[in-house]
Design a protein around this ligand. Structure first.
Ligand SMILES: *[C@@H]1O[C@H](CO)[C@@H](O)[C@H](O)[C@H]1NC(C)=O
Ligand SMILES: *[C@@H]1O[C@H](CO)[C@@H](O)[C@H](O)[C@H]1NC(C)=O
Ligand SMILES: *[C@@H]1O[C@H](CO)[C@@H](O)[C@H](O)[C@H]1NC(C)=O
Length: 187
């Protein structure tokens, strides 16, 4: 077939069976939790594969006394060709308790808190007591992640009780960001 004929043939056949679209996938590859025994009694922390595109996180920990004023420092790192993770774009500290007091903050904090509200029981105002639990947690691709370069990332969450800031624990979330072409079927 002539090239242009081939192209028209492709367009026509796609119109019959559906059309291609690109999906941004963020697949968690590793999860590490390190809560400080000063603040937490015990913990569990694992990733569960759901399918080839998705793994979800389960985390549980029991607070020793009470957390009254929690800060989170979120840092993003991108892996380079020689397997080194370098700081990438995001590193900020925000007070979770203030956020939940309905103050407005930046885009990244909003993404984080929306995920907390959806997959954890940290969706109420401070203080926190008893069990903290995250179920089926994952970061789905969104309009923002579509702008990120493909590759391997790690996101570090360091939690503090303050003020002055006292370390209470950290979570490291490793993920691969990639694109897949999918066919959307015609109805
Ligand atoms: C942690 O301890 C609490 C209180 O003793 C208990 O209810 C919970 O099941 C334990 N959780 C884990 C993950 O071991
Ligand atoms: C953010 O940057 C500071 C200063 O370089 C660093 O000490 C800290 O570990 C980073 N935070 C995270 C969560 O990676
Ligand atoms: C907060 O979490 C509780 C318990 O997990 C849930 O029942 C409730 O719907 C959540 N609220 C919001 C606003 O997501």
């Amino acid at each position: 077939m002539h090239d242009s004929t081939k192209f028209i043939f492709l367009i026509v056949s796609l119109n019959i069976i559906g059309f291609m679209y690109t999906d941004v996938i963020i697949k968690a590859t590793n999860l590490i939790c390190a809560p400080s025994p000063k603040y937490f009694i015990n913990h569990s922390c694992r990733l569960k594969p759901v399918n080839r595109y998705k793994s979800v996180a389960f985390m549980e920990t029991y607070i020793r006394n009470q957390l009254r004023n929690v800060y989170v420092n979120i840092g993003l790192y991108a892996r380079n060709d020689v397997n080194t993770y370098n700081p990438f774009l995001i590193n900020f500290t925000q007070n979770i308790c203030w956020y939940l007091g309905n103050r407005r903050f930046g885009t990244y904090m909003k993404v984080f808190m929306d995920i907390m509200a959806q997959y954890t029981n940290i969706n109420h105002s401070c203080p926190y007591e008893g069990v903290i639990i995250a179920k089926n947690l994952f970061f789905g691709g969104n309009s923002m992640s579509a702008l990120f370069p493909k590759g391997y990332y790690k996101c570090i969450f360091i939690f503090y009780e303050g003020y002055p800031l006292d370390y209470i624990g950290r979570v490291e979330y490793y993920a691969e960001l990639y694109e897949v072409k999918k066919m959307r079927k015609k109805n």
